[in-house]
Design a protein around this ligand. Structure first.
Ligand code: AMP
Length: 113
C-alpha cells in the first residue's frame, strides 16, 4: 500500500503547518482552506476512513475529539466551530487516511452542503 499524503506528513517526509502533535495524533492546517481557520485532526494510526475503524479504535477516536476541543480552546474558537468527517469518495473524501476537518471563523449554515 502506498503512503497517503497524510502518512508522509506524519513521517515528516513533507512539510505541513503542524499546530499540535502527541503520540497518537497530529493537527495541521489544511492546504486548501474553506474557512479562515481550517484544521485537520488525524490519528497517527493508518485508518482509511471512519467506517474502517473498529472496537479497538474506540479510545483513539475519543482522543481525536478531545484534541479538537483542546486545540479549539487554545485558538480561542471554542464557542463556534464545526467538525466534519467525509467518509468515502461519494461523500467527497479525497485523502484516504481518516481525518476530522475543524472549521471556524466564518458564518455557518444548516443543513451543510
Ligand atoms: P477530504 O476531502 O475530506 O478527504 O479532505 C482532505 C483535505 O486534505 C482537503 O481539504 C485538502 O485540502 C487537504 N490536503 C490535501 N493535501 C494536503 C497537504 N499536503 N497539507 C494539508 N492539507 C492537505
Amino acid at each position: 500500500m502506498t503512503d497517503t499524503i497524510f502518512q508522509k506528513i506524519i513521517n515528516k517526509e513533507i512539510n505541513a503547518d503542524i499546530i499540535y502533535e502527541d503520540e497518537k495524533s497530529l493537527v495541521f492546517r489544511d492546504i486548501n482552506p474553506v474557512a479562515p481557520t481550517h484544521l485537520l485532526i488525524i490519528p497517527k494510526k493508518q485508518i482509511e476512513k471512519i467506517s474502517d475503524a473498529n472496537e479497538e479504535d474506540q479510545d483513539l477516536l475519543g482522543h481525536l475529539f478531545l484534541v479538537a476541543g483542546k486545540v479549539a480552546k487554545e485558538l480561542g474558537i471554542e464557542n463556534a466551530f464545526r467538525l466534519v468527517v467525509n467518509n468515502g469518495a461519494g461523500a467527497q473524501q479525497t485523502v484516504f487516511h481518516l481525518h476530522i476537518h475543524l472549521l471556524a471563523d466564518r458564518e455557518f449554515t444548516w443543513p451543510p452542503g
